[in-house]
Design a protein around this ligand. Structure first.
Ligand code: SF4
Ligand code: SF4
Length: 485
């Protein structure tokens, strides 16, 4: 398959060898699980259980609320101990409403929806409904409700479902292991999703530093004409939807547009496997594979973890901390978010837990910009980080917006290469947050203004009607002697 060059990018030290050769292991069932209602992009789910309820594995605990949302299910059987805001913080560091489930140790299944016997003969809406009911979200980290993405075929003419097996973040190997150990499940889930989307072909893109995953997936796809497995160059951030699409199609997704408008929808390999489970067995999303790594982890591993497990239990299962970490990150070291502490639960989009040492984070005091231009050369979005940061430092966010700061997807490449150690991506995150807040405020003010104007117009209409009625009454009244005098 012909591949196309992708602009910019970097080659960080990958450090994947710590876990890439270790088979996925299952975490023993914890005694208590903490399931936040916000595990995805969109509206938080709404609880349908209350304290004291007895639930079975796979039972619905909270339903999706609105068009962009996803339900949550019980990862095991047990008793609902609480539906609370305070017991367990969220990985974001903010308190979120959380369902606390005490496991009864029996791991008894609820009655699940019947398998869809022949998914390729099923109506595509039936597949989307099953994916929505199963609480599946993008498992590469984005956590966007997958059923919403599977709807893109109704609004766009799609050519390709692109399965993202790039896993370009250093340290992370969970997708690599899923592809090596569950290749047939990934391929089946991908074909089912392509059917739901109406996309005639599936391309599975894997970075060339995963030869065994490439071999396993190629073997599993043998003889399936609509599925192509392709090795893509090792180049961070190849796993970004837009850049992977460019590598495969040669087309750049314009700012503010979706890859679907180019005929391509991208899903992650673990998401494809979850779709296979939901459609073939009626199983909702209850667990995920997480890479636990970093220099401060006792025994790095890839672990299949029930959702809601505390990160502290997961880390203890992986040999605990061998030294105090400089930083613990949810995700990869380039785009991952620092965790507030280890007492937060594993959620659907959590692909990695990295406990990084000071040597690994390599934090150094920033110095003055030397105008070397490296950040400009490597930005995969063609932005000018040095200039954007200069405007943001002067609090001129409008100027930074004109240079395209809102198109920055926070890949961190510019910060990584900067010889002056300027935390450029922090500036851009700050600017994007402030611009988004200002836009929200402006929209709110515009709405209030429109409401006030509409009310004033209504009142004026009523007053005019009264004036007209008074004038008509006056005209119709019989004239009096005083009036005619
Ligand atoms: S963080 Fe933003 S500005 Fe920096 S390289 Fe990535 S996309 Fe470009
Ligand atoms: S890489 Fe750093 S030092 Fe070089 S131009 Fe960009 S901000 Fe300045």
């Amino acid at each position: 398959m012909k591949l196309f060059p992708v602009r910019g990018g970097v080659h960080p030290e990958y450090r994947k060898e710590r876990t890439s050769e270790l088979a996925i292991v299952a975490l023993p069932l914890p005694s208590t699980l903490y399931l936040p209602l916000q595990q995805h992009i969109g509206a938080p789910a709404e609880p349908v259980v209350a304290e004291g309820d007895l639930v079975k594995k796979g039972q619905l605990l909270a339903r999706g609320a609105g068009p962009v949302s996803a339900p949550t299910h019980a990862p095991t059987s047990g008793r609902i101990a609480a539906v609370t805001q305070v017991t367990a913080p969220h990985p974001s560091g903010l308190p979120q409403t959380t369902i606390v489930l005490e496991a009864d140790g029996r791991d008894e299944w609820a009655e699940l929806p019947a398998p869809i016997a022949d998914p390729f003969a099923a109506d595509s809406q039936a597949i989307r409904d099953r994916v929505a009911q199963s609480g599946i979200v993008g498992m590469g980290g984005a956590a966007f409700p997958s059923a919403v993405k599977l709807n893109l075929g109704t609004q766009n003419r799609l050519e390709t479902l692109l399965i993202n097996g790039a896993e370009c973040e250093p340290y992370l190997t969970c997708d690599d292991r899923v592809m090596r150990e569950y290749a047939a499940e990934v391929i089946d889930g991908a074909r089912i999703m392509a059917h739901a989307l109406g996309a005639p072909q599936v391309v599975i893109a894997i970075e060339q530093n995963k030869p065994q995953a490439l071999a396993e997936m190629t073997r599993a796809a043998a003889g399936i004409a609509a599925v192509t497995v392709v090795g893509v160059p090792v180049q961070y951030p190849m796993g970004s939807e837009r850049h992977l699409t460019q590598a495969i199609t040669g087309r750049e997704t314009p700012a503010g547009k979706l890859t679907a408008e180019l005929g391509v929808v991208v899903h992650n390999v673990a998401t494809a496997r979850a779709v296979h489970h939901a459609v073939r067995f009626g199983r909702p999303l209850l667990a995920r594979v997480v890479t636990v790594s970093g220099g401060a982890i006792g025994k790095p591993a890839n672990v299949e973890v029930p959702l809601g497990t505390l990160v502290s239990e997961l880390v203890a299962f992986c040999g605990g901390l061998s030294q105090p970490p400089r930083r613990v990150v949810n995700g990869g070291p380039m785009m991952g978010q620092p965790l507030p502490n280890l007492d937060v639960p594993v959620i659907k989009g959590m692909s990695g837990i990295l406990a990084l040492t000071a040597e690994e984070t390599n934090e150094q005091p920033s110095r003055a910009c030397i105008r070397c231009g490296t950040c400009v050369t490597i930005c995969p979005c063609g932005l000018v980080p040095v200039e954007m940061a200069a405007f943001i430092r002067k609090d001129n966010l409008e100027a930074a917006a004109k240079l395209g700061v809102t198109d920055c997807f926070s890949c961190g490449s510019c910060s990584y290469v900067c010889p002056s150690h300027i935390p450029l991506v922090h500036y851009f995150n700050y600017a994007k947050g402030s611009l988004a807040a200002a836009n929200r405020e402006k929209r709110k003010n515009d709405q209030v203004k429109a409401l006030v104007e509409a009310k004033a117009a209504r009142l004026e209409k009523i007053a005019q009607a009264k004036r007209d009625a008074a004038a008509r009454a006056k005209a119709a009244a019989p004239s009096t002697p005083e009036a005619s005098a």
